[in-house]
Design a protein around this ligand. Sequence first.
Ligand SMILES: [Zn+2]
Length: 127
Amino acid sequence: MKTQIARIVNQAERIYSIDSATADASYRVNLKLNTCTCPQHVHRLSKLPASDPQRQAGCKHVQACRLQEKFLLASLKAKKLSDAQLIVSIQHYQEQGKHEIAGACRCEQERRRQAARADAELKAIFA
Ligand SMILES: [Zn+2]
């Protein structure tokens, strides 16, 4: 199954947006309430009692957002760090076994490298 990338809609309320893997649709996931706007949740899971294990496990969108939440929030923080802070953070969180945070810092570092490369290429073209 192809995993879709979740986007943060409201950090404080833990609301995410995620595309359907099969339909041309996008769903709204609320991790505070454990709800989703997909048909599976609306027509099936939401009818089950709150204590039902299937309802608690959530639809595949809720599960995907749960898995990605820590990384997405760490990515937001990584954007605010300086290049030097990123290097220190990668080593620190890697040593602590906090791989989502270290990974988010590495992704931010790579994003900056690519942006710098693209910038240098543009400057070379117009030099
Ligand atoms: Zn869903």
